[in-house]
Design a binder for this molecule. Structure first.
Ligand code: F6R
Length: 603
């Protein structure tokens, strides 16, 4: 969600902060801002809109400082404008914040009664004002941060800069925040994502919740000090010293990251089997093969949940395990019955999704074993789970998830087969390679999908339908279309149409029906029902199927020959391309669709 970056040291701090913000911009992009110390003053520049607007402003100002903090915002409280942008600052202090202060209204009233003035509509300014009030009284910044943080309810991460000196402070509760140091230069850093610090730091610290971090580049050895909320020294942090390379993230020949990421899928699929069946990794699947659980609780959000629904199908097909799956935001508040011999399974690209993390915590509290299927090594989910199955998708920049979904599904397939001890290396490699080739063929037909997009993009309503393992694909297809093309789209189990949604069908409604050999006749009759009501029918089905071709207004034929479990991956890629081309025709901001953020770190 919001990106936080801070730096303090002996040389320029503005460049690493702005570079870090640029790397995090895909996570939140309503507005951006930077604060820095200059001649014992705090200077603050903020701009609504993309980071480029702030960059343009700084071009003229040419700020110079060795201590700076910055932020890219995804608005929770208050409109998107310059004033509500972070940092929030006064003549003594400046803060950036990610998260939600749940008791902000009550605290605001109290602070107003104490004579504090508010310039913005944000909950973040409540923290600044309460901190300032405490600091005015105690003159002890460290203690004031602790006292202020104790009064704040909800999950948040803060980074604090002060006018008097070069010290940076950070603290968090259930929101991502790391500290970093460069051991050569002694420069110190804070960020909401280690990715922002790659290349700047040699050591990353992962503090636990409610640990106050004090970063002081002048300290002889320990540049970061950690404190508990009672002021005592804390040991609740982990260190990562592994050299991390910055993934080269450029769009290459593609117009958008999303399209590039769609096209990366054939290679990533091939790479996945190489990784999982390499000598060093085989052991993980063998270890999983020895595990057995009567019940699996699967929680995730959005696209990751749709991948989870397919994984549920695999688990039910191959194992005797019963599987309960839910939106993470629902699961956590439903009082699920959790037993210590069961498994918590969490799917996530970022590994930082607040609701998914909360479900994992709930399962851990109830002593369940926790597995993740995750993209980001070192993320909070990764650190908190007992077993992590990495999806090896590489960094995903397009806000609309594409390649991560595919890799999640395929890793879930490996997991289900490993549990069932039905993991034949030869068969899996055979099917995944075949899938990869078929995706390549499909990508070569992109022009056809583009032409269909041109025919339908002006319609206002889209209903995606599928049955069985294709039902999650209908959900995912609809989600992708609405998030990047801003049109109304819904995914339904095809058999549910006549229980209500069919009343929406008329000559303006587009039904995108996924009709594969599995449950063919049933799904076909649902499509007939749409046709009978003059709906516009786009069928994604098996190539060469004349029946489907004749009944549909538009037909996209796919070669399923030799594929078994992986058919939904192939049908989904058609829908990824279709959404992309509809969005392109509509002229939306495909990689950074309005109102969205890549990593949802608030509830
Ligand atoms: C949609 C999309 C979101 C994410 C969801 C979970 O394209 O990307 O629905 O799938 O916010 O995010 P992760 O996977 O990071 O937990």
């Amino acid at each position: 969600m919001c990106g936080i970056v801070g730096c303090s040291g002996t040389s320029d701090a503005i460049h690493p902060v702005m570079e870090g913000l640029a790397r995090l911009e895909y996570r939140g992009y309503d507005s951006a801002g930077i604060s820095y110390r200059k001649d014992d003053k705090i200077l603050n520049h903020k701009k609504e809109g993309k980071l480029q607007n702030l960059k343009d402003l700084l071009e003229d100002i040419k700020p110079a400082s060795t201590t700076a903090i910055g932020h890219t915002r995804w608005a929770t409280h208050g409109k998107v404008n310059d004033t509500n942008a972070h940092p929030h600052s006064n003549d003594k202090l400046s803060i950036v914040h990610n998260g939600i202060i749940e008791n902000a209204n009550a605290l605001r009233e109290f602070l107003k009664s104490e004579g504090m003035e508010f310039l913005s509509e944000t909950d973040s300014e409540v923290f600044l004002n309460l901190l300032t009030l405490n600091f005015n009284k105690t003159k002890d910044l460290k203690q004031s941060i602790i006292e202020t943080f104790k009064k704040i309810e909800g999950n948040s991460a803060f980074l604090i800069l002060n006018k008097e000196n070069h010290l940076l402070y950070s603290i968090k509760r259930s929101a991502p925040l790391v500290c970093g140091v460069n051991e050569k230069t002694s420069d110190v850093f804070v960020s909401s994502d280690p990715y922002a610090l790659v290349g700047f730091t040699s050591k990353i610290y992962f503090p636990e919740d409610e640990v106050l971090c004090e970063l002081d580049f002048t300290k002889a050895n320990e540049l970061v000090q950690f404190y508990e909320l009672d002021g005592s020294t804390s040991k609740r942090f982990k260190i990562q010293e592994k050299e991390v390379k910055l993934d080269v993230v450029s769009k290459g020949k593609f117009e958008h990251f999303m399209l590039k990421e769609i096209h990366e899928q054939p290679e990533l699929i091939k790479k996945l089997t190489k990784i999982y069946f390499s000598e060093s990794n085989k052991e993980q699947l063998a270890r999983i093969g020895k595990e057995s659980f009567p019940y699996v609780h699967l929680a995730a959000c959005g696209t990751a949940l749709h991948a989870g629904l397919i994984i549920k199908n695999y688990l039910e097909k191959y194992t005797q395990m019963r599987v309960h799956s839910d939106f993470a935001s629902e699961f956590r508040y439903k009082s699920p019955k959790l037993n210590s011999d069961e498994l918590g399974l969490f799917i996530s690209q970022s590994g930082e999704t607040a609701d998914t993390l909360a479900c994992q915590e709930l399962c851990a509290e109830n002593k369940l074993k926790n597995y993740s299927i995750v993209n980001t090594e070192g993320s909070t989910l990764y650190r908190n789970c007992d077993e992590n199955l990495l999806i090896h998708a590489g960094i995903e920049i397009g806000v609309a998830s594409t390649k991560a979904f595919t890799q999640q599904v395929l890793v879930g397939n490996l997991l289900a087969k490993a549990f069932a001890n039905k993991l034949s290396e030869k068969e899996v490699i055979g099917e995944f390679e075949l899938l990869s080739d078929k995706i390549k063929n499909l990508l070569a037909q992109e022009e056809k999908i583009k032409n269909i997009a041109r025919e339908i993009y002006q319609h206002q309503g889209f209903i995606f339908t599928g049955r069985g393992i294709q039902f999650p694909i209908a959900l995912e297809g609809a989600l992708k279309l609405k998030e990047i093309a801003y049109v109304h789209a819904e995914g339904y189990a095809a058999g549910e149409l006549k229980h209500g949604p069919i009343s929406l069908i008329d000559e303006n409604m587009v039904n995108i029906a996924i009709i594969t050999p599995d449950l063919y006749d049933k799904t076909l009759s649902n499509a007939e029902e749409v046709k009978a009501r003059q709906g516009i029918l786009l069928v994604v089905g098996e190539e060469g199927n004349k029946e489907l071709e004749e009944m549909s207004d538009f037909f996209i034929g796919l070669d399923f020959e030799g594929l078994d479990d992986t058919v939904p991956v192939l049908t989904n890629i058609v829908l990824q391309l279709l959404s992309y081309h509809i969005a392109k025709l509509k002229g939306t901001d495909i990689d950074k669709p309005r109102n969205l953020a890549k990593s949802v770190t608030v509830e």
